[in-house]
Ligand binder design. Structure first.
Ligand code: KET
Length: 457
């Protein structure tokens, strides 16, 4: 469109100086249809630029709203008072307000008192953060840390860290596939697509049992070609809220080890599954204890409530300190042209909280409090639905699921009904964030779910 207007313009007005009058200052402007022609004369030559009102970006189509973050945008636009945002996994208080952890405020005060500067961080991030985050993940006395086999690079939260890991795969394991669970967090597919890493799915959720399809999962991991990366949710699987049992984790590790696959953990909810930071890291630690090489992306968005600080890490646990050093150098090389170096504020908060024993203990207590509030809401929601719904449907899956979410089993039409009729905002896969629910709203939500489940096909 833009180019056709351009060609019309140049045909109508010859660039020859005789057909255009140029004023004394040797600069001029003329209108032609919707376009403005600008002329200038310098050293006897006339140059002409055409400012066309039609955009060069005409060919770029409108992108669809993000399936998760787009829900918050729609929520903000709704003026009805009863509205409820159960879309994004972000912790709210019982008053449904955002929550800044006390330990975070204390760490920030410490930082202010010290007058920390704002110099660039090294490409790999803040050293104190990298140390703290690897220790939090693996346990401070983990042999992999002692033997310097862990390459840790501070990332732009969980997403940025996953993206960095994906870039490493794309560059050094060309053609390798990543196996991801069906279903999974929606952004996983985008991350690997954008990094040009091919992916396939392994079976995970069984709608008949509303539980884990363990046999399907094992079969699919076994069937993948040797050396496949297997993306695993460290704990509190998103969106299903269903985790393997410790025995099942052992069997998953067996198969991955037998097939020479490489496990790639996404740890976005450490502490949110059980309320305990250590307990929620057992899956990762189990693989590392077997001497396996493991990739782990970490996020502090949820467990420290640092959503907007974009703080997380990419860890590569290697079988030798030499290869860990080389891997780290390459992670830095990948990061430099993408974002140069990471932001400092969140890194300092994490380093202070994890590195100061009093703050660390206080964090654990706050973590338990947040996980506890979600458990209470989960129970109340189950109680409300099961006492109101006389159909005999078994809703006990709500209690079996763990973490921030409940995977309700509502389909897209039913989820639409939740939003359009009840002003309950949620993702279209039927996931609701219990972290955005209060005890006071459980009855209302129960009515909405029962109506949507029974009256919408
Ligand atoms: N992994 C998982 C499994 C995950 O659920 C999220 C965020 C992330 C990584 C990345 O979070 P980050 O803030 O980049 O550290 N999930 C919530 C928010 C989002 O979609 O971005 C969500 O599922 O609602």
């Amino acid at each position: 469109m833009a180019s056709s207007v351009l060609s019309v313009a140049t045909q109508c007005v010859s660039p020859n100086a005789s057909s255009v009058s140029i004023n004394e200052t040797h600069k001029g402007k003329a209108k032609l249809g919707g376009s403005t022609l600008r002329f200038s004369k310098s050293s006897g030559r006339i140059s002409m630029t055409v400012a066309v009102n039609v955009s060069r970006f005409e060919g770029i189509p409108m992108a669809p709203p993000d399936p998760i973050l787009g829900v918050s945008e729609a929520f903000r636009a709704d003026t009805n008072d009863v509205k409820l945002n159960l879309g994004v996994g972000a912790y709210r208080t019982e008053e449904l307000q955002p929550y800044v952890l006390n330990v975070v405020k204390k760490a920030e005060n410490l930082m202010l008192e010290r007058g920390d500067n704002k110099e660039y961080l090294p490409i790999e991030g803040l050293a104190a953060f990298n140390k703290a985050t690897a220790e939090l993940l693996l346990g401070a006395d983990n042999p992999a840390i002692k033997e310097q086999r862990v390459a840790t690079v501070q990332g732009l939260s969980g997403t940025g860290s996953l993206r960095l890991g994906a870039a490493l795969i794309e560059r050094y394991f060309p053609g390798s596939k990543v196996l991801i669970s069906a279903p999974t967090w929606g952004n996983h597919k985008n991350i690997f697509n954008d990094a040009r890493v091919p992916w396939a799915e392994y079976r995970y959720y069984d709608p008949r049992t509303v539980g884990l399809d363990f046999e399907g999962m094992i079969e699919d991991i076994k069937a993948a070609p040797e050396g496949t990366f297997v993306l695993l949710h460290g704990c509190a699987h998103n969106p299903t809220g269903i985790d393997p049992t410790p025995e099942q984790w052992e069997k998953i590790a067996d198969v991955i080890q037998q097939k020479n696959h490489i496990p790639f953990f996404d740890v976005a909810y450490q502490g949110f599954a059980s309320g305990s930071l250590d307990e929620d890291a057992t899956s990762v630690r189990l693989f590392v204890a077997r001497g396996m090489e493991v990739l782990v992306a970490q996020s502090y968005s949820k467990n420290l409530g640092l959503y907007a600080e974009r703080i997380g890490a990419m860890n590569v646990i290697s079988s030798s300190s030499e290869s860990a050093t080389r891997v780290k150098s390459q992670l830095k090389r990948l990061a430099r042209p993408m974002y140069s170096n990471p932001p400092v504020h969140g890194a300092r908060i994490v380093a202070n909280v994890v590195g100061t024993p009093i703050l660390f203990d206080e964090w654990k207590a706050e973590m338990e409090m947040m996980a506890g509030r979600i458990k209470n809401v989960r129970q109340k929601l189950y109680d409300s639905i099961s006492s109101k719904d006389k159909s005999g449907k078994d809703w006990s899956f709500i209690l079996k699921q763990i973490g921030m979410f409940s995977y309700t089993g509502l389909n897209k039409n039913q989820s639409d009904n939740m939003t359009n009729k009840w002003h309950v905002y949620m993702t279209k896969d039927g996931r609701i964030s219990l972290a955005g629910l209060s005890l006071a709203k459980c009855e209302y939500l129960a009515d909405a779910i029962i109506d949507s489940y029974h009256n919408v096909s």
